[in-house]
Every structure is written in structure tokens, then in C-alpha cells.
Write a protein that binds this ligand. Structure first.
Ligand SMILES: Nc1nc2c(ncn2[C@@H]2O[C@H](COP(=O)(O)OP(=O)(O)O)[C@@H](O)[C@H]2O)c(=O)[nH]1
Ligand SMILES: [Mg+2]
Length: 199
């Protein structure tokens, strides 16, 4: 089965027609959602995993205002590329509209297998990252923390330092080292491992 674009959810009014009896647009494949700040690398990671230039990678943060769904052919899953949260240049009421869309989506999707929460490995979790974590934890949705762009960490000692900071920030959520997945779209090995994990 080839990977392909399925549909874009841009308005909550689409939701009732889109999700019926656990299906998404008539498709039964379980869903994997990718969330995280704008520019953290969601679309790039989706493209790298699917080995297809399918999700739009943007140099302008905050451009994705809708949820894009793609079929991951080899895995028989549907991947959701979500709007990045936390972008200051966007007006507050516009942020609310996004938050509502995301909230409605997560409420409507009964076949959401896992939410991949992406943090930038260079910066560690921001307050908004932690809010997202709390949101999904409170819903009981299975989550996987993914640290992106690890190729940007210069050496082992920088990586160790980041790891320590991230673990400290995540300790209140009972997230430990074994719950973190470090990835780079430039490192085939990490992509291979992540594909295996999402089988
Ligand atoms: N060095 C490096 N850059 C990356 C990686 N993943 C994404 N990027 C870059 O980060 C920027 C934002 O990526 P994008 O996928 O659009 O992020 P999104 O807004 O979360 O979807 C782009 O310029 C990408 O090329 C990575 O693993 N390593
Ligand atoms: Mg994107």
C-alpha cells in the first residue's frame, strides 16, 4: 500500500462527517498524531518516516493551521500532522480557534493509538510543551515523547547535559529516560528504530 494524503481538517464543522464509528473518512487504520511547537520538526519527521515528501515542511513557523491526515502505507496507519502550538506572532483569538480544533479532534478520534509529543532536543520542554503533556496525560491518551534534531547537539557532553535538563523537567510527570526517544531526520538509524516502535 502506498502512502498518500487523505484529507485536511480545518474546521470543527467537518468533524461529524469525518469521524464515524471509529473511521476517519471511511478508513479504519489507527491514527498516530504528531504534536509540538511550530518548527519542532513534525512535518519533517512524518516525511522521513514515510519516506515520502508528503507533509509540507515550512521555513515560516506557525503556517500550518489545519490538521493534515496521511496514510502510512507500509504501516497501515494514519498519521496526523497537527498545527504547532505556541507561536507568539499569532493573535490570541486565532490561537483559541486552533486549540478548539485540536481539542475537538482528540475528542472525536476514537482510534487514536498514540500521540507523539515532539520537543526540540536543543531547548528542552517549554511551558507550552508541558501543558500539552498534561493535556494528554489527563485524557489518558498513550503518549510518546520524541526529542527532535539531535544531529544539532554537538557532542556527547552536550547531549548528556540536555538529557539531564529534560529529565528534570519531566520528573513530575513520572517520565524517565526509557520514555524518551531521540531522533534526527538525518540519522537513518533513529528513523528505523522509530518505524519499528510504531509498527
Ligand atoms: N538539523 C535538523 N533540522 C531539522 C530536523 N527536523 C526538521 N528540521 C528543520 O526544522 C525546520 C522546521 O521543520 P518542520 O518539519 O516544518 O517543523 P514543524 O513546524 O514542526 O512541522 C525545517 O527547516 C526543517 O528542515 C532534524 O532532525 N535535524
Ligand atoms: Mg509542519
Amino acid at each position: 500500500m502506498a502512502s498518500e494524503y487523505i484529507i485536511t481538517l480545518a474546521d470543527i464543522a467537518q468533524i461529524p462527517g469525518l469521524f464515524k464509528n471509529g473511521f476517519l473518512q471511511g478508513r479504519a487504520e489507527p491514527r498516530i498524531a504528531f504534536v509540538g511547537r511550530s518548527n519542532v520538526g513534525k512535518s519533517s519527521l512524518i516525511n522521513a518516516l514515510l519516506e515520502e515528501r508528503i507533509a509540507r515542511v515550512s521555513a515560516t513557523p506557525g503556517k500550518t493551521k489545519a490538521i493534515h491526515f496521511f496514510l502510512w502505507g507500509t504501516h497501515k496507519k494514519i498519521v496526523a500532522d497537527l498545527p504547532g502550538y505556541g507561536f507568539a506572532r499569532v493573535a490570541k483569538d486565532e490561537q483559541k480557534t486552533w486549540a478548539r480544533l485540536m481539542d475537538s479532534y482528540f475528542h472525536a478520534d476514537s482510534r487514536l493509538e498514540v500521540v507523539m509529543i515532539l520537543f526540540d532536543s536543543r531547548h528542552g520542554p517549554t511551558d507550552q510543551d508541558l501543558e500539552a503533556l498534561e493535556f494528554f496525560a489527563s485524557k489518558g491518551t498513550p503518549i510518546q515523547i520524541v526529542l527532535t534534531k539531535v544531529d544539532q547537539l554537538k557532542n556527547q557532553s552536550e547531549r548528556a547535559k540536555r538529557k539531564k535538563e529534560i529529565l528534570q523537567a519531566l520528573a513530575p510527570y513520572e517520565i524517565g529516560e526509557e520514555d524518551l526517544f531521540w531522533v534526527s531526520v538525518k540519522d537513518r538509524n533513529t528513523l528505523h528504530q522509530l518505524r519499528g516502535m510504531l509498527k
